[in-house]
Design a protein around this ligand. Structure first.
Ligand SMILES: *Cc1c(COP(=O)(O)O)cnc(C)c1O
Length: 359
């Protein structure tokens, strides 16, 4: 039996994609071997690879002047690759410090170029995203790095900064859940395991004109232009991860694409925030309303004891992985694309019942 899995990542995937992979796994389309045992230069994998790249472009409605890259190293390697490639002499990177992930991006960036905080959410406990006018960009800034959704803090950008410099966006935890304002972006990246597929692959979109100016004095794997020139087949790609990502992309496309995912995310998150807001303070959201995440809904209960009891009883009901990140505690419901409305309804009903029994 499948449970309702609210894990923040790796996280629930479309069961249709998993079933399909299972069917095809041991003997891939009659080849007498699995896809993960074949050459990545053979026709079978070539087709899988091209399919994933084409679907990514289609689903994300990426304009022609963007390159699609499928890399490894997770979003974490992008914390380094972005400044390595984009920050030449005299250029700096501004960072919106919105939470744990943004802080890591800035810290790693500091090893490879001049970086600074263009806004710091630490004084307000990372409970909100900045308003566009609060972001301060210095002269000589090559890009502004934004984390579109802070997976741990449960806050999301709903109004993009408009500081006049191109945006580089870590969309790891809300990728494929909303449309992308391509005009403002130079580069978007996302580790796969939150909404795109299994861990092991990282999706990057980079503006082609950017590739003409990236640094060349780097190890080959670290160069965006090398991957773009090789259609992300410079070295052996993460075959399994890309294969299942392709299935997830097709699942999203067949269900109406990003606009449909956006609608469904709003409906699902609306249900949980509604359960919080109508609980007479029994459930409490620590984040500001205008910055609430549609992907990671975090909330607190009146005491640690009640939180523990809540998590234990929820698990008995098949509502699992609701514990907040170890650094902040509380409850976190991650409701990515593949979390069905029925799962969210079951959680909202459980919240109401739990409160009625305790209040
Ligand atoms: C999970 C996450 C990361 C780290 O991703 P890895 O693929 O594990 O490197 C970075 N940024 C955000 C916003 C995330 O949610």
């Amino acid at each position: 039996m499948r449970v309702h899995n609210f894990s923040a990542g790796p996280s629930t995937l479309p069961v249709e994609a998993l079933e399909e992979a299972k069917e095809e796994f041991v003997d891939y389309h009659g080849a007498g071997m699995s896809l993960v045992e074949m050459s990545h230069r053979g026709p079978e994998y070539e087709a899988v690879h091209d399919d994933a790249m084409t679907l990514a472009r289609q689903v994300f409605e990426a304009p022609d002047d963007f390159e699609v890259l499928l890399l490894q190293g997770g979003a974490t390697l992008q914390f380094a690759m972005v400044p390595m490639n984009l920050l030449g002499r005299g250029a700096s990177g501004g960072y919106v410090l919105s939470g744990a992930w943004a802080v890591k991006a800035l810290d790693d960036g500091g090893h490879h170029g001049e970086v600074y905080a263009a806004w710091d959410g630490e004084p307000s406990g990372y409970t909100r995203m900045p308003e566009p006018r609060e972001v301060e960009v210095r002269p000589g800034t090559r890009y502004l790095h934004v984390t579109s959704n802070e997976t741990i803090g449960g806050i999301q950008v709903h109004e993009w900064p408009d500081s006049g410099v191109p945006l580089v966006v870590d969309m790891s935890s809300d990728v494929m859940s909303r449309r992308v304002p391509w005009g403002r972006f130079d580069l978007v990246y996302a580790g796969a395991q939150k909404n795109l597929g299994p861990a092991g692959s990282t999706l990057v979109f980079v503006r082609r004109s950017v590739l003409e100016t990236t640094r060349r004095d780097l190890a080959a794997y670290l160069r965006y232009d090398v991957h773009a020139g090789a259609r992300s087949l410079y070295n052996t790609p993460p075959v399994f991860a890309i294969w299942v990502m392709g299935k997830t992309l097709r699942w999203v496309r067949d269900r109406g694409g990003l606009a449909a995912m956006e609608q469904s995310a709003q409906a699902k998150a609306g249900l949980l925030y509604g359960a919080i807001d109508t609980s007479d303070g029994f459930y409490r959201s620590p984040v500001e309303e205008a910055s609430r995440s549609l992907m990671n809904v975090v909330f607190r209960l009146p005491s640690d004891e009640l939180e523990t009891e809540f998590l234990t009883l929820a698990e008995d009901e098949g509502l699992v992985n609701l514990r907040g990140h170890r650094s902040v505690g509380g409850v976190r419901a991650s409701i990515y694309n593949a979390m069905p409305m029925a799962g969210v309804e079951a959680l909202a009903a459980f919240m109401a019942e739990f409160r009625a029994d305790r209040a």
